[in-house]
Design a protein around this ligand. Sequence first.
Ligand code: ZN
Ligand code: ZN
Length: 137
Amino acid sequence: MVTEIVVIIILLITLLILILLLGGKKPRPAGEEMMIREEDSPEEKPFGTRCPLCKEWLNRGERVHSHLFSGKPDGLMHIFGCPHCYSEETGEGKLKRYCPYCGEPLGPEDYVIARVFEKPGKTQVHVLGCTICREKR
Ligand SMILES: [Zn+2]
Ligand SMILES: [Zn+2]
């Protein structure tokens, strides 16, 4: 009889742990997800921490090389690549660059064109295409 009681107790404890694990996830307060970190300037990190051309994750301090042409209501941006896939001297890096829009591999002279929407508190970047696929259209 004693072993049966022990088994029942163990089962009850397992059940309790399961209930705690499943029910323990409280819904996050709505305001929490809206918090955007302001310390990084939007121009430096328009794509979060991943290079849009080679998809390499960027470390702190590494940034995507780009030229911003401010305009109203929105500007244009030429994106060349990150330190992993682009160098200002040769136009090429260790990793191959691909257009996020058409997927074509980019040559040393090619770059990606994006539209930049300046919104209060953040900058939104919308990729239009690269020098290869933009010319075809
Ligand atoms: Zn890159
Ligand atoms: Zn393209």
